[in-house]
Design a protein around this ligand. Structure first.
Ligand code: NAD
Length: 495
């Protein structure tokens, strides 16, 4: 079995004593080993990033932008190869893998506009002969820690803006699908990024802790589950670092009585079961306003899922692939088997579907009559399980969404513009869709949830990322006539 190693200062390295297993989720077989970095190996990556910083931050903006233009083209040209890597380690179907690459490319396109993005401000003559201008300077070495479910898109969310701003990076991808990050680091370098600007460290908590505790790491971008996001936020902040830690989700799709129920059912099936529900923006709760809507939607969703094709991600006929590991598959299944005992109605039981072989497959499930307080509602399941919560009114729907601890994404399905506008106004969630079930903002906007879906002040990628990855400096200057020089002990005033 090949050992997947680190990428430090432009070279592969690492013969770590500790290793993990990378599975092919479609067969259930171990396909690679991955090095799990020690503290010393992680420190070596941080040192490489620190060494590359002075020259990268001094590189002209035009030259930096050039790297992103080339990287964009390389990502387009090599998308098939990259998608194959994603599918082989994550399991998602190839079309979905290509979709994540194209969404990641948006972040590269955004970063290519860095000459514009890094402009400061200038005020002339704030006092007689005195001007003020502000500049945006890099924060330094940035640590990026990413989850398994988007092995290309999430690393691009972070690295593109961080590097564009003149920082250097240590990326710690998920140990479950580590190869895509190595591929990305090589593409960056093929695009002209100097060695050491982007380093990849494979590993687990040991590597992450080393990043969080190193005084040379100035900012931390994290995406993953809520408990880990909270702990990363607390530890990084206690160490005086700038930190954004995006957590888990439980996304509600509210369906009003006036909605086009066929379109809503199509959207719910796509958003709940796409990528086997392993998306932080997946719809996991369908909120039906009124029993008539609920009855109709449950029937329509059940009807549609009967026709879904589940199989290996490499099979063009597959619409949904396996889950990431056998352990995760079993945990997801336990929510479905436990739901009936909690008083819910299992309308479609994916755990009963049989699959040949040892792949980590699970059928899709639809659970009706779900309420807060049930585990199937309260926990982020992160699998192909859609819960239906029945409410009597719009107000009850809003109350349900606004009291969920998670607040990543939500959507309303309605034909009424007034209802949609009111929903947008009332709902306390970071990303909102109107007849759009997965409202992931395009690269020119920023992505982020509220409450337990994000710890920190900054959303990720887009304009907020430029703020996160830079420090502003304000310069007040005067070029006086030497003949006017004089001593004054008064406080500087601008009148
Ligand atoms: P995870 O929290 O288990 O792991 C995320 C990263 O943290 C990985 O790199 C992992 O190695 C590291 N890690 C795990 N345990 C750690 C520990 N104790 N200390 C330090 N580091 C640790 O998440 P996952 O299972 O890889 O990804 C799925 C989760 O990510 C879901 O909860 C999903 O909602 C969330 N997610 C959120 C967003 C978002 O934008 N809000 C996007 C994608 C995924």
């Amino acid at each position: 079995m090949a050992l997947i190693r680190h990428h430090i200062a432009g070279a592969e390295s690492g013969s770590s004593e500790r290793t993990g297993v990378v599975f092919d989720p479609a067969t259930g077989r171990a396909q690679h080993e991955v090095a799990l970095a020690s503290t010393a190996e992680t420190d070596a990556a941080i040192a490489a990033a620190a060494a590359a910083l002075p020259s990268w931050r001094a590189t002209s903006l035009i030259k930096r932008a050039d790297v992103f233009f080339r990287l964009r083209q390389l990502l387009v040209d090599r998308a098939d190869e990259l998608a194959a890597i994603i599918t082989s380690e994550h399991g998602k179907v190839l079309s979905d893998a290509k979709g994540e690459i194209s969404r990641g490319i948006e972040n590269v396109e955004f970063a290519a506009g860095l000459v514009h993005l890094l402009k400061g401000e200038h005020s002339e003559q704030v006092s007689r002969g005195v001007d003020v201008h502000s500049v945006k300077q890099p924060v330094g070495v940035v640590a990026c820690v990413t989850p398994f479910n988007f092995p290309v898109m999430v690393p691009l969310w972070m690295t593109a803006s961080a590097i564009a701003c003149g920082n250097t990076v240590v990326l710690k991808p998920s140990e479950k699908d580590p190869s895509a990050s190595l591929f990305l680091a090589k593409l960056y370098e093929e695009a002209g990024l100097p060695a050491g600007v982007l380093n990849v460290v494979q590993g687990d908590k040991v590597a992450v802790d080393a990043l969080l505790d190193s005084p040379d790491v100035r900012a931390v971008s994290f995406v993953g589950s809520t408990p880990i996001a909270r702990s990363i936020y607390e530890r990084a902040a206690a160490n005086g670092k700038r930190v954004q830690a995006l957590g888990g989700a439980k996304n509600h799709m509210v369906v009003m009585p006036d909605a086009d129920l066929d379109a809503a059912a199509d959207a719910a099936v796509s958003a709940a079961y796409g990528s086997a529900g392993e998306r932080c923006m997946a719809v996991s709760v369908l909120v039906a306003v009124g029993d008539d809507v609920a009855d109709a939607l449950v029937a329509k969703v059940a009807d549609r899922v009967a026709g879904l094709t589940i199989g290996a991600g490499t099979d063009a006929a597959s619409e949904m692939g396996p889950l990431i590991t056998g352990e995760h598959r079993d945990k997801v299944a336990s929510y479905v088997t436990g739901a009936a005992a909690e008083g819910a109605t299992v309308v479609v039981d994916g755990t009963a579907q049989h699959f040949e072989g040892d792949g980590f497959f699970l059928g899709v499930s639809l659970v009706d009559h779900v309420r807060p307080g049930m585990k199937v509602y309260d926990d982020e399941i992160f699998g192909p399980v859609l819960s239906v919560v029945r409410v009597a009114s719009y107000d009850e729907a809003v109350e349900l969404v606004n009291t969920s601890p998670f607040a990543n994404g939500t959507a309303v399905f309605t034909r009424d513009g007034g209802t949609a506008r009111q929903f947008e106004f009332d709902i306390e969630v970071g990303m909102v869709g109107v007849n759009v079930p997965i409202p992931v903002p395009v690269g020119a906007f920023s992505f982020g949830g509220w409450r337990s879906s994000l710890f920190g002040d900054s959303h990720i990628y887009g304009p907020e990322s430029i703020h996160f990855y830079t420090r502003s400096k304000v310069v007040t200057s005067r070029w006086p006539d030497p003949s006017e020089s004089q001593i004054s002990l008064g406080f500087p005033s601008n009148h």
